[in-house]
Design a binder for this molecule. Structure first.
Ligand SMILES: [Fe+2]
Length: 387
């Protein structure tokens, strides 16, 4: 995230002597996602972050593809994903390609006896239900309904939930997650026409230094495998850090919608981008105000991308009978559009209360077995006027 941030104690100059009270040196680490040519932070550990005590047996967590090729409008009933106690086990990839994995999760308990690091992907965790705290070495981020947690790859974290009722919509991105480039000026600052700005970004707070040695289990995901590591030092032993690379959050409720006299195209909803895909937020807003405007979207064939919508709350103007947690996948190559009756119904309406997350990936998505298990098999026929 291109806002400089710093917490804790750091030396006046980088790469210089920085000692603890006992005279030993803090261990400096540079963290980034694209080598030395993009965003980075300098972290100061109480102990070197390299003390491996044990390596467990790695295991495969690659999503199992059930439907690789398809050309059918598809709907998944996301809340049918079964709750599971463990956070990592609760995460079920449903739609995947080589740029991103989309997962659903209903974890019931906080992570307590292990830490997790995704070394292959940045994560965007949308909090549909539940609240809690994201804990990292950079500090803590309290989260609640509507928050997107953005966690750069390589960040060791623990999630603590306030209750057992949690529903998450997760994107793992194999490229760095950014805010849309067209909303940033040459210096990285969000411009005036952007639907959100730096004030809306939740940065880590409350850096707590765990200067502890012992056995610390960190599950590290890389190349579709999970590697159980035991480190000899606490992963949250940062005494301080500064830079532009750190976990952050943004609430969908702080997305200020861009509206117009006539129907605005999907890019006005864009919130994040990765390589070959975008993430958009559809939020409550005033409808188009031309006297003859049709607020419902026109039919469209998104030839160059698939289109995923995750329904969060409110009535969705162009859809009949959608429910919370439902996903629709409209594959590129065939047209889709408003359901019968919804165009007429939208005319003259002043506003919508819809809340949804949209992902447009430019490479086709494959369905996993977990997706097929929660599929509404009749969805592709839902545009029939008799349905
Ligand atoms: Fe669409």
């Amino acid at each position: 995230m291109p806002i400089y941030h710093s917490l804790g104690k750091i030396p006046a100059k980088r790469h210089t002597v920085f000692r603890k009270d006992d005279g030993t040196l803090y261990a400096e680490e540079l963290v980034s996602t694209e080598g030395f040519s993009s965003l980075y932070s300098l972290v100061y550990h109480c102990h070197p972050p390299t003390i491996v005590k044990d390596l467990g047996e790695p295991y495969n967590v690659e999503p199992k593809i059930a439907r690789e090729k398809h050309l059918r409008h598809t709907s998944l009933l996301g809340f049918k994903i079964k709750p599971e106690a463990d956070y990592l086990k609760s995460r079920k990839p449903v739609l995947v390609n080589s740029d991103l994995h989309i997962s659903l999760a209903a974890p019931q308990t906080s992570m307590s006896d292990y830490y997790y690091k995704n070394s292959q992907a940045d994560e965007v965790i949308f909090i549909h239900e539940g609240s809690g705290t994201l804990k990292t070495g950079f500090g803590q981020i309290p989260f609640e309904y509507g928050d997107y947690l953005v966690i750069p790859r390589g960040t060791i974290y623990q999630i603590h939930f306030n209750t057992s009722e949690n529903r998450l919509f997760i994107v793992e991105s194999f490229s760095p997650i950014r805010t849309p480039k067209r909303y940033r000026n040459a210096f990285g600052q969000m411009e005036e026409h952007a639907p959100f700005c730096e004030r809306d970004i939740k940065r880590p707070t409350q850096l707590e230094t765990f200067d502890e040695v012992g056995d610390f289990k960190v599950l590290i995901k890389k190349q579709g495998m999970m590697y159980p590591y035991t480190y000899g030092t606490h992963p949250f032993d940062f005494v301080g850090w500064d830079g532009f690379h750190y976990p952050w959050a943004f609430s969908i409720h702080n997305f200020e919608p861009i509206t117009g006299r006539l129907h605005q195209p999907p890019p006005v909803h864009q919130t994040f981008e990765g390589h070959n895909f975008v993430i958009c937020s559809f939020v409550p807003r005033m409808y188009d105000y031309h006297p003859l405007a049709i607020p419902a979207p026109y039919n469209h064939s998104n030839v160059d991308s698939d289109e995923v919508l995750y329904y969060v709350d409110g009535d969705f103007m162009s859809r009949k009978s959608v429910e919370k947690g439902q996903i629709t996948l409209h594959p590129g190559g065939i047209p889709h559009g408003p359901h019968p009756g919804t165009v007429e119904k939208s005319i003259g309406q002043a506003k919508t209360e819809e809340l949804a997350v949209m992902i447009d990936p430019f490479r086709p998505l494959m369905l996993t077995q977990d997706a097929v298990d929660i599929e509404d098999e009749s969805y592709h026929k839902s545009w029939q006027t008799s349905s």
